[in-house]
Design a protein around this ligand. Structure first.
Ligand code: S6P
Length: 603
């Protein structure tokens, strides 16, 4: 059986021919599975999952008692690592505000470069994972380690979990992912002696022996809207669960009498209110998908501009488009006021240390100095702002908006009003009047307050709001994540990148993607696994007759070759469907630019 995270979602089978508004409706129906679950598997509201969330939060409390000697490490690859970064950034800020030492550390496969561009190869390296964990935990007494891998598949995380299990006196390992445990990846990992499934089984056994020393958290949220695109539901549920866990850890530090079960339920319900509220802005989101699609279809660009944490969500959404849609690094980009100083990644400003610096130039100054003069009417610019941001950056946002308007009319804002007091003020309406379209998003604070107030019986009104300001920030971020995921997904669908609900032109840049590519070819060509594998390898080596060496080379060799190549999978698919030569397949793809059309014509 296929892992749930790699399966095709029945809901989105026709998303490739949907209108912008229908795309948002389909994404909404798909995202509700985060809360309602899928096919009767345990979901985020199941008792055992709520219990485990409470246990991990309690383990967090132990770490927070001595933040100078203990740390919480969040680690993952790709989107999972980027979310690890955002979460650490937020909780360290909370610690600073509470006058405590920062003790959250993120690890992302491939280092900070992977925050902005895809670095898929390090995902396959368990030893690199172990080394990164050793480095970050050196000299620490206790470590709560959260290994995030939506597909229960990343070797980088497998290595780290295994290392934690060898050192249980220091490490409390947690595996976070969204497949049933028996569907953890059971394929050999090159240069290692275990599969992910074996690591999972070892952890499962240890959890039974030491129920307070190791944890597995794996609610099932159903397949992704675009097959395998775990940046979407996988990323959202990662954010929801870890924010819930550590918000609770911070709040029960002093009050042990709290009912963990009620706390977890209440915070999770708040996210559901925000999910419902977000998709009620369907018409606004559809307008922005339409703009972004027009830009991408006319060789234009989409730029997200934001302040602080909303900008980080924008930069992350942009960084995921090249690996997901094989789009160019310039197509969708994100910028942040204050650049790296505000971004607060570990390695600081890395824009000068990398060969193609463009995606690493994230500062708004860079946008103003290098891009603004090149803007054209086919570009879309979206500002990502909260009420607070507009108060703090009023003048510069106004100036920038006026300058952009000289070049393009596609200038919009996703604006989060002050939920506690959403009536607005003059500054706000002046700034917003420059945008051609504003999605005025108001969190349902009253509903949220009703849901969470039993957890904080001594607080109400403004006091409750102030106490939970960081949590309100998380709610704005998840709402924005849903909106931007819809815009970037929807615009690429309208560019013809998707066939049914599948990204055919997937880059073969790591082991997971290699196997996904073979499964795509097998499914659409209706051929055997071996025929699909041969077609892929022929496409990678651009040959109709494979040598013995090519046919039997290690998967990592194929990946090395394929990583820098374009349209490897579409060509392989045509080879398998038409039984044609590599040359002919490439010729067809050159003639018919949109991959899905080329495939349809061949069927
Ligand atoms: C998925 C994204 C990828 C994944 C990465 C880690 O949309 O493009 O970068 O996040 O492959 O996956 P996982 O299953 O280990 O969280």
């Amino acid at each position: 059986m296929q892992p749930v995270t790699e399966a095709s979602n029945d809901i989105t089978q026709n998303i490739d021919v949907a209108s912008p508004k229908e795309i948002v409706q389909l994404l909404c129906s798909c995202d509700v599975e985060i809360f309602d679950g899928w096919h009767g598997y345990p979901n985020i509201h199941s008792n055992e999952i709520i219990h485990t969330i409470g246990e991990i939060a309690t383990a967090g409390v132990e770490i927070l008692k001595d933040p100078s000697n203990n740390i919480i490490v969040l680690s993952g690859c790709g989107t999972s690592g980027r979310l690890a970064f955002i979460l650490c950034r937020s909780f360290n800020k909370l610690l600073r505000e509470q006058g405590m030492q920062e003790c959250y550390e993120y690890v992302i496969a491939g280092g900070d470069k992977a925050l902005f561009t895809s670095q898929e190869a390090p995902e396959d390296d368990p030893e690199a994972g172990i080394q990164a964990l050793k480095q970050v935990s050196q000299g620490k007494r206790k470590v709560l380690f959260i290994g995030i891998t939506c597909g229960l598949s990343a070797p980088f995380v497998a290595g780290q979990l295994d290392y934690c299990m060898d050192n249980l006196d220091k490490f409390t390992p947690v595996l976070l992912g969204f497949n049933p445990l028996n569907l953890a990846r059971d394929l050999p990992i090159e240069n290692w002696n275990k599969t992910f499934l074996q690591v999972t089984k070892r952890l499962e056994d240890l959890c039974q022996k030491h129920s307070d020393k190791c944890f597995i958290l794996n609610p099932i949220v159903g397949p992704e809207a675009i097959r395998g695109s775990s940046r979407m539901k996988g990323g959202s549920v990662t954010k929801i669960l870890l924010e819930t866990i550590f918000t609770i850890s911070h709040h029960i530090r002093d009050d042990k009498n709290q009912s963990l079960h009620i706390m977890v339920q209440s915070l999770l319900s708040a996210y559901r209110h925000v999910y419902e509220m977000t998709y009620s802005y369907m018409d606004d989101i559809a307008v922005m998908i339409q703009w972004a699609a027009e830009s991408l279809n006319n060789n234009g660009h989409v730029y997200y501009i934001g302040v602080d944490s909303l900008a980080t969500i924008g930069i992350i959404d942009a960084s995921e488009c090249p690996p997901t849609y094989s789009s160019s690094l310039e197509d969708i980009r994100g910028f942040i006021y204050g650049g790296y100083t505000t971004y607060k990644n570990k390695e600081g400003d890395i824009s000068h240390h990398v060969s193609n610096g463009e995606p690493f130039n994230i500062s708004i100054n860079n946008f103003q100095e290098n891009l603004i003069d090149q803007l054209a009417c086919n570009d879309t610019v979206l500002f990502l702002l909260t009420y607070q941001d507009v108060c703090n950056e009023n003048d510069s946002v106004t100036q920038l908006t006026k300058s952009i308007l000289q070049y393009t009319k596609h200038i919009g804002a996703i604006y989060f009003t002050e939920p506690h007091n959403p009536s607005g003020n003059t500054d706000e309406s002046t700034v917003l009047s420059y945008f051609k379209h504003v999605a005025m998003v108001t969190l349902p604070w009253h509903r949220i307050q009703e849901t969470i107030s039993p957890v904080f019986p001594t607080l109400s009104g403004t006091k409750l709001y102030e106490e939970l300001r960081h949590f309100v920030g998380f709610l704005c971020e998840i709402s924005l994540k849903w909106i931007l995921n819809a815009i970037s997904t929807g615009s690429h669908i309208m560019k013809g990148k998707i066939y049914k609900n599948l990204m055919i032109d997937v880059k073969v840049s790591n082991n997971k993607l290699y196997h996904r590519a073979i499964s795509i070819i097998q499914k659409f060509a209706g051929c055997s696994l071996e025929e699909a594998r041969c077609a892929l390898i022929k496409s990678i080596y651009k040959t109709d007759t494979l040598t013995a060496e090519q046919g039997s080379a290690a998967i990592s060799k194929h990946i090395d070759m394929a990583t820098t190549m374009n349209k490897v999978v579409p060509a392989a698919l045509l080879i398998a469907v038409r039984q044609c030569s590599v040359h002919e397949a490439i010729q067809i793809l050159n003639d018919v630019k949109v991959v899905s059309k080329a495939i349809l014509m061949s069927k």
